[in-house]
Design a protein around this ligand. Structure first.
Ligand SMILES: O=P(O)(O)OC[C@@H](O)[C@@H](O)c1c[nH]c2ccccc12
Length: 257
């Protein structure tokens, strides 16, 4: 799916009055043979898009749950190439896939070859948390040729000028990180979080999604009220690992009207 198709799909969901829900899963956790099945399950539950993590040995932004999932995936023999090959087997799915990867695997694969493989596997965009805005052009020049989105992260600690620039550049959606720290479930958020999300919404040309720490139905509803939806990672990864599919269904349901 192209960047435009991803953005159109998001708009349609929001126009219906629902909020966006983007679950994160780790490619190869549970073995690559379950990957397409898990994507289909999430699509059937009503996910708006899937954030698919590539396992990597130095995942600096990942908390314990996702680190462990990455270790399991690497141990079971997951590689970047195998993830692309697995995605290709079910390329005509009607849910956008956003790959979450660190810069090293992209650079190692070759930026152009990586982008080509994304298109051939039905991927719509990338999240690259260790690619700062100042360094992104070498990547975005290529992604734009292939109609792929670079989804950018903004932090609670980003100064106003930086937030503004990120809003200007945003593609697909703006990923508003709701904690200062790594991924992982949280009980509470800082009081500032609602205002932060509301400020990001002003003038942003794509939806704004809140992510990091979101793990209960109540948190989904509460945060989504102040922006366009949420990303949920660790809780979904844990639920797949523990076989709790009802938890996943209920979390996604909480984002609907
Ligand atoms: O796990 P959490 O706290 O629900 O946060 C989402 C997150 O897992 C997912 O978006 C993600 C996983 N690894 C990342 C690295 C950087 C940015 C985002 C991510």
């Amino acid at each position: 799916m192209s960047k435009q198709q991803l953005e159109t799909r998001f708009k349609q969901i929001l126009d219906q009055g629902d909020k966006l829900f983007v679950p994160y899963i780790m490619a190869g956790d549970g073995g690559l043979d379950v990957l397409n099945e898990r994507i289909d399950f999430l699509a059937d539950c009503g996910a708006s898009a899937i954030e698919l993590g590539l396992p990597f040995s130095d995942p600096v932004a990942d908390g314990e749950t996702i680190q462990q999932a990455g270790i399991r995936a690497l141990k079971s023999g997951t590689t970047v190439q195998r993830v692309f090959d697995t995605l290709k087997q079910s390329k005509d799915r009607n849910i956008p896939i956003i790959l979450m990867t660190y810069m090293n695997p992209v650079y190692h694969y070759g930026i152009d070859a990586f982008a080509k493989a994304c298109v051939a596997s039905g991927v719509s965009g990338l999240i690259v948390p260790d690619l700062p805005m100042e360094e992104e052009q070498a990547v975005t020049d290529v992604l734009h040729q292939y109609d792929l989105a670079l989804i950018r992260l903004v932090a609670l600690t980003s100064p106003v000028a930086r937030q503004k620039e990120l809003k200007k550049r945003t593609e697909g959606f703006l990923y508003a990180v709701t904690v200062t720290g790594t991924t992982g479930e949280r009980q509470t958020f800082t009081d500032r979080v609602h205002q932060y999300l509301a400020d990001l919404k002003v003038g942003a040309t794509t939806p704004v999604l809140a992510g990091f720490g979101v793990s209960s139905e109540e948190q989904v509803k509460n945060l989504a009220r102040h922006c366009d939806g949420v990303v949920v990672g660790s809780r979904i990864v844990k639920a797949f690992h523990d076989g709790e599919k009802d938890v996943i269904k209920a979390l996604i349901e909480a984002s609907k009207q």
